[in-house]
Structures are given as C-alpha cells and as structure tokens.
Design a protein around this ligand. Sequence first.
Ligand SMILES: [Cu+2]
Length: 156
Amino acid sequence: MDRRLLLALAAGLAIVLAIVGYYTFSTSGGVSFSDAYATYTGAVIGVYGKLQNNSGERVCIESIKLAEGGGMLKAELHRTVREGSIYRMMPAGRVCLEPGEELELRPGGYHIMVMPVEKGEEGSRALEEVVSDGYVEIVVVLSNGESVEVRAPVRG
Ligand SMILES: [Cu+2]
C-alpha cells in the first residue's frame, strides 16, 4: 500500500477515534448542573444552581474555570459562615458529592464567585464584559475527569 495513503488512513482513523472519545467522554458523566443563574453586584459575580451527582461514584470538585474574562478573572467555590451576626464567605476547600448527592449553590450558602485576580479598573472592566451578554459561562472540573459546562443567565 502507498505510504501516503497509509498516512491518510491513519489520520482519518485518529479523527474518528477522537470523535468517538469525545462523545463517550461527554455522555459518560452523570454529574449535572441545573437551575443555573448568576448575579452581578458591580464588584463580583455569584453563580448559583444545583450540582447533582447522578453517577455511581464519589465525585469531587477540583476547580472552577471561567470560559471568559481573558485571564483577568478567577472563579472559586465559596461557602458562607456565620460568626455571630456577621456572615463571611471563604473558599470552600475540597467539596465532594457522594452518589446521588446534590449540592445547592445559593446566596448565603455554597456558591461560585467570579472576581478579579487583582483589584483595579481592568478587573472591573473584565467583569462588566462577562455579564454584558447576559450570561456567565463557567466550567466545573471534576475529579473523575469530567467537566460540566454551565451557562448561567444573569438575573437583575
Ligand atoms: Cu463568595
């Protein structure tokens, strides 16, 4: 067989395998994010909704990535704690979901927060830009290798 033809066949096979691999990857999951919405205060963006582990294994949240923001912004999983009459929020640390478990992200509880990497005008402008189309796009990276893409509409 002609060497060039062989290479072309190999390349074609690689593409087919990549498509099959991607397809399996995106449907094998079982972790869903529903009822997504975002709020914008002028200083930060909050992203809320329900993360549900429908898979048969324990899954942990590794990180939250921002689809937008051009590197000026970061996204973190936060939790809110009450200290007397004051509510404070802080990085949530490693959060894991048992099979069938649901994590509700809501104001005053666990939530995803999008904020500037550094304070200043450029960060504020980047936040404005993210909400300007009415949606905030984030990716929740999980310990099972899966990623959940979330498109949260910005509420008033
Ligand atoms: Cu927060």
